[in-house]
Structures are given as structure tokens and as C-alpha cells.
Write a protein of this length. Sequence first.
Length: 313
Amino acid sequence: MKTLLTGANGLVGSTLDADIKVSGRREVDLRNWEETYNLFKKERPTHVIHTAARVGGLAANIHNMGEFFYDNMMINLNVLEAARRTDVKKVVSFLSTCVFPAEVEYPITEDKLHEGEPHLSNYGYAYAKRMLDVQARAYNDQYGISLGGLGFMSFNGKYISVIPTNIYGPNDNFELENSHVVPALIHKCYLAKQNKTDFMVWGSGEPLREFIYADDVGDLTQLILESYEDETPLILSNSQEVRIRDLVKIIVEAMEYKGRVFFDESKPDGQYKKSTNNSKLQTFVPGYRFTSLKKGIEQTVKWFIKNYESCRK
Ligand code: GFB
């Protein structure tokens, strides 16, 4: 197995090991077909973990809908097509539970992926990521397992989509405005403590989210690359839901912040919830021990304070 990892310096990418690590646009701009195809022709990987994407939190998605659609469409079209043309045996690509329909019967299961419009706050990103699943299915159908001339099975590659819930952990983007809720609030709480100011949280604090620790996503991804034989998508979640206001309590405790917390209801709440059913994952990895939110947040806060000067923010 010769593995190529895209997005190697990202939140999930930094938890994974690979023979070839591609870190960011400056190295290879995956929106550019020539650059992407040359990379695959030169490196000839047998397996690909495709984590590279244009990502961001609620505000970034709302304010850059067109760019999130275009960049992710181009990156995914190029990576899967270059993989196909260079006979890659298996590609594991990443979606996110925000791509599921906004109006859906909860809990979410994999088969509901295309059953209606996604939430408006993730529109561009969600449809681009859905098309990644469509591309994977279309490629599996045309280029996947086929009966060779003499009735021998010939295997021409498998394209799999994994669908994690909100991921958090070390090496995240802690930028105040455009990052996801966990890194944004860790950074804001840190500054409120440093500057002895109030800790401002967006929205009502009522929405519900499921968070999965990046290291757990890394573990599961390695297992999926090695032994997940099904072609249908797989939700990566621990199905443990938390209200944003309770997440805030965990961050305040981990940061030992003693000041006041305010909820700024002029800021968006986004989707109310994205509750998942992870029974398919439980069947694949029975009894997998997920990192608890409390422990994951403590480790991320420790990492952030230690790497404050150099981390993405
Ligand atoms: O993580 P987040 O930006 O994305 O926000 P989504 C989650 C929730 O946290 C929302 C609240 O209800 C926000 O109102 N929140 C409170 C904050 N304070 C803050 C803050 O300071 N910053 C942020 N960012 N949120 C994303 C999708 O949706 O989920 C992405 O837009 C991706 O495409 C990601 O799928 C996993 O969970 O709402």
C-alpha cells in the first residue's frame, strides 16, 4: 500500500500518517487539474485519504457560499479523476453531517443524504460535498468492480465517502471570525481571560451539536482505508449531542476562566441540530472507545496555550 494524503497539515490530516503528504495550496493547488494530475502521475499512490477542502465555520460558510462551492467542486473533481486515471485502488473522501437535509427525520442515517435541501447556512459547501458522494458512486459504478472478459473479477478501484460530525482538536484553525465553534470559543475564552474581559458567545446557546475528536477520526479513517469493504457512505460520530451552552461550560472549566459569559443573540445560531445514528459505524468498529468531549477539550486547550504563537489564528 502506497498512501497519498491530501490536506496533510489540516485538523484531520495532521493525525494521519502517509507515504506522500500534500499540505496546502502553496505545495499543490488541487483546484488546478494539471497540478493535481502531475502529482498523481509522479507519485503513483495505490491508496488516497482525501481530507483537503475549503472549510470554515458558520460565518465563513454564510459569507463565502460561492467560493466554498467552487473550490470544493474543483478540488474533488480533480482528485478523484486523477486517482481514476492513475489506477488508485481506494480513495477515502470526507463530507460532513452539515450536508444532510435541513428538514429530515432525526436521527440522521447515511441513506438520507440526498433527501432534500441542506440548511441555507451551509448551502454552497453542502452541495459541493454531496457531489463528491455522487462522483464516488458514479465512478464505482463505471470504474469499480467489474467482470473481466473471462469472467474473472477485475478491481478498478473503490471510492468511499465518510461523513464526520463537527471535528475538533489540536492543529485546528483558531481564527476568531471564520473558524468552527470549538476553536473560536477556545480562542475567545483565552483572550477574555488574558484581557480580563467578558467572554462573548454567538447566538442563543440553544443549538445542539455532536463533536468528534480529530484523533478518533484519524484512527477510524486508517481502519476504513485498511478494511472497510462496503462502497456506501459511513457516518463518523459518537452520537453524543451537547448544547452549545454546555460546550461553553466545558471550555470555561478547561480554560479556568472566572469572568462573565454573554450570549450575543444578534449572531446566527445556524442549524438547530444534526443528530446522527452511528449504528453502521458501531457495526464496523464495535465498542470503539471515543475520546470524551471533556478530555478532548482539555487536550485542545492545553495544545492551544502551548502553541499560541505559531498556531493558525
Ligand atoms: O461550528 P459552527 O461554526 O458550525 O457553529 P455549524 C456551531 C454553533 O456554534 C452555531 C455557535 O450554533 C453557532 O451559533 N457558536 C457560538 C459559534 N459561538 C460561536 C463562535 O464564536 N464561532 C462559531 N463559529 N460558532 C458548520 C458548517 O456548521 O459545521 C461547516 O457550516 C461544517 O460547513 C461544520 O460542516 C462541521 O455546526 O453550524
